[in-house]
Ligand binder design. Structure first.
Ligand code: HSE
Length: 428
């Protein structure tokens, strides 16, 4: 019989427990597929005695994940603790130094420290695999590094935070405010311990940074992402957007332009009848575009025990088979550092503002746009109050700097009764 691939699992939360259950439940099937048994030698977690749906005493126990990573009977560290630094990073470094490969679901660790960790892995002839870190059960890293490896990737897009998509779609369907749905999401246990990671777009930004590195062969650049969360999205904007045939999504877009790497994780309007526009609840979607293949749409669960453990296992099985793709799909030493650029790609914008209902107000707003070189595509005035008039404008394509000039000029007109809302309309 072939030698088993022996796992050391650090972190026995939802995902870690899911991995143990798959290894136990599908032992024979995994062996047939991998060509060798996949076993668990040892586990580590913050608390030992806890009902996890399996017998933790079946495996050796380590309090310290670093000690677990160095064990002689561990071939692969499965790091499922989370956190950009601390024990997760220490255990990953220890595993690499001890000559072990690492499988992780830790997007924060790789988005912040991925370049250094990948270089360390490469120097030790090891790999770090992270399918589970991006969009949970969707095999997007594999799609990029294997299925689409013959393509120049032209654009990567994704709705990659289920909590945000749940909040936005629930606001729309139930007519509830952001604060009301945020409370619901908290009660349902959808939010990360630090909710800003979700609603501030940080978690999704971590995932986009990893995808961009794999897609474009660039160094991971989380700081280069234009990041904006969903906290300021109002039910008013969701309803007005819907009325014009759009939905609002927290959308990640990455593209390598002639001027640099453009990465955005921001609320966007997308056509309601597009695949991304039709995405409901906590489901994730990743859209990949390649010069040969055209557009590929991947949709599925972005979190949860089964989906995330499924992604972890795909990496484990690859390692058991001897498949050794570099951490970011190519040598870490060869990943290129490119400048971060924003707003290189023009787009139409949705603008909503409240004007003083007085002669010439609309003309001043139209002039501010025109003077900044921005052309109006559609405009609507609706639902007057006694003194103000809400106005919606959809512009033709423009850049963010031109729009910011126009917004400054609008502010100077004295006819705005509220600060305008401006949201990019993405061509998906
Ligand atoms: N909080 C994340 C989400 C879980 O809502 O998608 C996976 O990162």
């Amino acid at each position: 019989m072939s030698e088993p691939l022996r796992l050391g699992i650090a972190g026995l939360g939802t995902v870690g427990s899911g991995v143990v259950k798959i290894v136990e439940k599908h032992a024979e099937m995994l062996e047939r597929r991998a060509g060798r048994p996949i076993t668990i030698s040892a586990v580590s977690a913050r608390t030992r005695d806890k009902d996890r749906g399996f017998d933790v005493n079946a495996y050796a126990w380590e309090d310290d994940p670093v000690v677990l990573a160095r064990r002689d009977d561990v071939d692969v560290l499965v790091e499922l603790m989370g956190g950009s630094d601390g024990p997760a990073k220490a255990a990953t470094e220890a595993a690499i130094a001890a000559g072990k490969d690492v499988v992780t679901a830790n997007k924060a660790m790789l988005a912040i420290n991925g370049q250094a960790l990948a270089e360390a892995a490469e120097a030790n002839d090891r790999v770090i695999r992270f399918e589970a870190a991006v969009a949970g059960g969707i095999p997007v890293v594999k799609a990029l590094t294997e299925g689409l490896a013959g393509n120049e990737i032209t654009r990567v897009m994704g709705v990659m935070n289920g909590t945000c998509n749940y909040i936005l779609t629930r606001m729309e369907h139930a007519g509830l405010t952001y604060d009301e749905v945020f409370e619901e999401a908290a009660k349902l246990g959808y939010l990360e311990a630090d909710p800003t990671l979700d609603v501030g777009g940080i978690d999704a930004g971590h995932k986009l940074a990893l995808l961009a590195a794999v897609a474009f062969g660039t160094k991971v650049d989380f700081d280069g992402i234009k990041l904006e969360g969903i906290e300021r999205i109002s039910i008013e904007d969701i309803e007005q957007a819907a009325d014009m045939g759009y939905r609002i999504k927290l959308l990640g877009v990455a593209r390598l332009t002639g001027e640099g790497l453009e990465q955005r994780m921001t609320p966007c309007l997308v056509p309601a009848d597009s695949p991304i526009g039709q995405l409901e609840n906590a489901t994730n979607m990743v859209v990949l575009e390649g010069d040969a293949v055209g557009q590929i749409v991947l949709r599925g669960a972005g979190a949860g025990e089964g989906p995330t453990a499924s992604a972890v296992m795909s990496d484990v099985i690859d390692l058991a088979r001897g498949a050794r793709v570099h951490t970011f799909g190519q040598s870490a030493a060869g990943l290129v550092a490119v400048p971060a650029v924003q707003s290189v790609t023009p787009a139409p914008y949705y603008l909503r503002m409240e004007l003083l209902d007085e002669p010439g107000a609309l003309a001043k707003i139209a002039a501010a746009l025109g003077n900044s070189g921005i052309s109006i595509d559609r405009m609507r005035q609706y639902g007057h109050t006694a003194t103000t008039a809400p106005v919606l404008i959809v512009t033709h394509k423009t850049t963010r700097p031109e729009l910011d000039d126009a917004l400054d000029a609008m502010a100077a007109t004295g006819v705005l009764a509220s600060e305008p809302v401006s949201i990019r309309i993405e061509d998906v």
